[in-house]
Design a protein around this ligand. Structure first.
Ligand code: NAI
Length: 286
């Protein structure tokens, strides 16, 4: 039987999550996605109306099939955690069972198990503010949406992940080098995510024979990145300074993800793997 993947953080066809879904589908995996509740309606409508058909095309000419779209808000673990104003918000009230625990229960009821878990989501409400001007609330929100969301997803999915399976997340080099402009505690959140990758690799390896890695990706003009405000500058900086002077394609990250969750990578766990045209290896800008 083919592998089954759950990809959290797909709401359009521009981001890394979509590219990873495609690479996994091209390799024969069955694709389930988790879509942020406020973005669910437009994503499902666009899918249904064929707006993504061009970008659903796989190398063999067939169209990627998303078997099921689950509404998800990864900052809430169970219904008890959801505040009243969110519960009654009309974008949320129209969907149900979107906390992490409930999504995993739904996947278990629908399919029994998964082999691959992908975390391709992040959110930092104060990302445009320097760390020196970031509020406690903004900082903790960045960590909650961008780091703990992964701990929670893996914690809940692990019991239904088949041994030999694998999980990956997406990180950014602002975790280890100062990148002015990546603020609001997002740099801190990525540092936590990378550290957690090592600890979770140990724990999930021992507990469930599951591998855990993270991809440190170069800049991509996704919806989330555009909200940060300086993505075009980062893409240009990378083009000028990286060893490989070419555009970084989301598919290159997708292909690496497909490798990392496949048996070709059966001895790789706890790693941060750079997919950035080599920019991370440079010491000075020229
Ligand atoms: P994207 O906009 O395609 O993906 C982010 C997704 O997170 C969106 O679909 C959004 O709806 C979802 N999301 C936000 N809050 C959520 C929540 N509470 N629950 C569930 N989903 C939620 O953008 P992109 O850039 O592809 O981001 C994917 C990952 O790649 C993120 O972890 C990001 O930090 C990382 N990354 C992006 C880089 C870039 O330059 N675009 C560079 C390095 C890493």
């Amino acid at each position: 039987r083919g592998k089954r993947a759950f990809i959290a953080g797909v709401a359009d066809d521009n981001g890394y999550g979509w590219a990873i879904a495609k690479a996994l589908a091209a390799a024969g995996a069955e694709i389930l996605v988790g879509t942020w509740v406020p973005a669910l309606n437009i994503f499902e409508t666009s899918l249904r109306r064929g707006k993504f058909d061009e970008s659903r095309k796989l190398p063999d000419g067939s169209l990627m099939d998303i078997v099921k779209v689950y509404p998800l808000d990864a900052v809430y673990d169970s219904p008890d955690d959801v505040p009243e104003d969110v519960k009654s918000n009309k974008r949320y009230a129209g969907s149900s069972n979107w906390t992490v625990k409930e999504v995993v229960e739904s996947v278990k009821n629908d399919f029994g198990s998964i082999d691959i878990l992908v975390h391709s989501l992040a959110n930092g409400p104060e990302v445009t503010k320097p760390l020196l001007e970031t509020s406690r609330r903004g900082y903790l929100a960045a960590i909650s949406a961008s780091s703990y969301s992964y701990v929670s997803l893996l914690q809940h999915f692990l019991p239904i992940m088949n041994p030999g399976g694998a999980s990956i997340s997406l990180t950014y080099i602002a975790s280890e080098r100062a990148i002015p402009g990546y603020g609001g505690g997002m740099s801190s959140a990525k540092a936590a995510l990378e550290s957690d990758t090592r600890v979770l690799a140990f724990e999930a390896g021992r507990k469930g024979k599951i591998r855990v890695n993270t991809i440190s990706a170069g800049p991509l003009g996704s919806r989330a990145a555009k909200a940060i405000g300086f993505i075009e500058k980062m893409i240009e900086y990378s083009y000028v300074n990286a060893p490989l002077q070419k555009e970084l394609l989301a598919d290159e990250v997708g292909n690496t993800a497909a490798f990392l969750v496949s048996s070709l990578a059966s001895a790789i766990t706890g790693s941060t793997v750079y997919v950035d045209n080599g920019l991370n290896t440079m010491g000075i800008a020229i």
